[in-house]
Design a protein around this ligand. Structure first.
Ligand SMILES: Cc1ncc(COP(=O)(O)O)c(C=O)c1O
Length: 372
C-alpha cells in the first residue's frame, strides 16, 4: 500500500482531528512494528502506554481466538463469566472492593465522577493543574490544558484545580461542597512529572481528615508501568476509587473503575458494550501474564537501566519504571529523527516520552540508546 494513497484517504475520509506522525503501520511482532514497505521500527511508546505485552503476544492471541469462538457480546442483561472473573482478579490485585468495567480510560473517569456525586451528594471535584483525565465532557472538565477545554465551554460545573505536588494548595481548595479529589500518581500527558515521595500519603491523610473521597487515576500508570503493579501501592495508601484502562487490555479497548466503601445503586450507570466477554477474557489474560512473568519488576529494572544510561549521556531525564520523559530542545523534531532511525516514540512538548512494552529486554534498551 502506497503511503501517499494512505495519506490521501485520511485527508478525504477521516475527521481532521489527529496530527499524525508520518508512518503507516501494518503489523507488529513483540517489540517491533512494521510499515507497509516492511520497514521495522522499535516500539518505544506502546500505543501510548497500552501494549504492555507488545504485539502478537501468544497468550493474547489464544484468549482472543478461544473467546471469540464462544461469545463476543450479550450485554449486561445477562451474566457472563469472563466479566466476573476479571472483576474478581482486579479486586484481588488492587485491594479494592468492587469493579465496574468500561471501554476506555475516559469512561472510567466518567464513572468515578458519577459515583462520587451520587454517594456524597456533593458536586465539586478537585483535580490538579496539568492533569489529564480524558476528552469526554466530564473527564475533560477535570483536564487542565486550556486548548483541550476552550472550544467546549461550558464544561461540567464544580470542577476546581489545585497545584500538583503542593498539599497546601489542595488544602486551600477543599470546601464543604467537595466530593472528591482526583489525581494521577505521575502526571503522564503533562510529560512525566513525578511528585515528592510523601505526596500521595499526604493527600490521602488530608482527604480522610476532610471526609473527602480520593480518586486515583492509574489509567496510564497502572499494570506495572511505573515498576509497581499499581503506583499507589508504593506509598501504602488505599484510594476510594481507582481508574484503570490502557495496559489492562494490552491493545484491546477496556477499562475499569474500582471502588471501596461506595458503589452504584441499581440503574445508576451502564453501557451496552462494557464488560463484554471478549474484552474481559483478553484483559484477564493480560493481567495474569503480567503477574506470572513479573513484568512490573522488569519495568523497574529495564526502566532504571534506561534512565541511568540516558543520564550518563547528559540528558535531563524523569521517570518511574518504564514511564520516562527525556527533555530535548525540540520534541517533535527528535521524534521525527527517531522515526528515520527506526524507533517510535511520542512527545509532550519538548519532552520525549519513552513508554515501551513491559516485555522490553536489555538488548532493546541498548538498541534504543544507540539510536537516541
Ligand atoms: C491518566 C489518564 N487518565 C485518563 C485518560 C483517558 O483515557 P482514554 O484515552 O482511554 O479515554 C488518559 C489517556 O491518556 C490518561 O493518561
Amino acid at each position: 500500500m502506497d503511503f501517499d494513497e494512505i495519506k490521501r484517504m485520511e485527508k478525504v475520509f477521516y475527521s481532521n482531528t489527529f496530527t499524525r506522525l508520518p508512518v503507516a503501520l501494518e503489523r507488529g511482532e513483540g517489540m517491533y512494528l512494521y510499515d507497509f514497505d516492511g520497514n521495522r521500527y522499535l516500539d518505544m511508546f506502546a500505543g501510548i502506554a497500552v501494549n504492555c505485552l507488545g504485539h502478537g503476544h501468544p497468550a493474547v492471541l489464544e484468549a482472543l481466538e478461544k473467546q471469540s469462538r464462544k461469545l463476543l457480546h450479550v450485554s449486561n442483561w445477562f451474566y457472563t463469566l469472563p466479566q466476573l472473573e476479571l472483576a474478581k482478579l482486579l479486586v484481588e490485585i488492587t485491594g479494592m472492593e468492587k469493579a465496574f468495567l468500561t471501554n476506555s480510560g475516559s469512561e472510567a473517569v466518567e464513572a468515578a465522577i458519577k459515583l462520587v456525586r451520587a454517594r456524597t451528594g456533593r458536586k465539586e471535584i478537585i483535580a490538579m493543574e496539568n492533569a489529564f483525565h480524558g476528552r469526554t465532557l466530564g473527564a475533560l472538565s477535570l483536564t487542565w490544558e486550556e486548548k483541550y477545554r476552550e472550544p467546549f465551554q461550558p464544561l461540567v460545573p464544580g470542577m476546581r484545580f489545585a497545584r500538583y505536588d503542593d498539599i497546601d494548595s489542595l488544602k486551600n481548595k477543599i470546601n464543604k461542597n467537595t466530593a472528591a479529589v482526583i489525581l494521577e500518581p505521575v502526571l503522564g500527558e503533562a510529560g512525566v512529572i513525578i511528585p515528592g515521595e510523601n505526596y500521595l500519603r499526604a493527600v490521602r491523610d488530608l482527604t480522610y481528615d476532610k471526609s473527602v473521597l480520593l480518586i486515583v487515576d492509574e489509567v496510564q500508570t497502572g499494570f506495572g508501568r511505573t515498576g509497581e503493579l499499581f503506583a499507589f501501592q508504593k506509598s501504602g495508601i488505599k484510594p476510594d476509587i481507582l481508574c484503570l484502562a490502557k495496559g489492562l487490555g494490552s491493545g484491546f479497548p477496556v477499562g475499569a473503575m474500582l471502588s471501596s466503601g461506595i458503589d452504584f445503586k441499581p440503574g445508576e450507570h451502564g453501557g451496552t458494550f462494557i464488560g463484554n466477554p471478549l474484552a474481559c477474557e483478553v484483559a484477564k489474560t493480560v493481567v495474569e501474564t503480567i503477574i506470572k512473568n513479573k513484568l512490573h519488576v522488569n519495568a523497574r529494572e529495564v526502566g532504571s537501566y534506561l534512565k541511568k544510561k540516558l543520564e550518563g549521556k547528559g540528558f535531563d531525564v524523569r521517570g518511574e519504571g518504564l514511564m520516562i520523559g527525556v527533555e530535548t530542545e525540540d520534541g517533535r523534531s527528535r521524534v521525527l529523527e527517531l522515526i528515520r532511525k527506526g524507533v517510535l516514540t511520542i512527545h509532550s512538548g519538548n519532552t520525549v516520552r519513552v513508554l515501551p512494552p513491559l516485555i522490553i529486554e536489555k538488548k532493546h534498551a541498548d538498541e534504543f540508546l544507540t539510536r537516541f
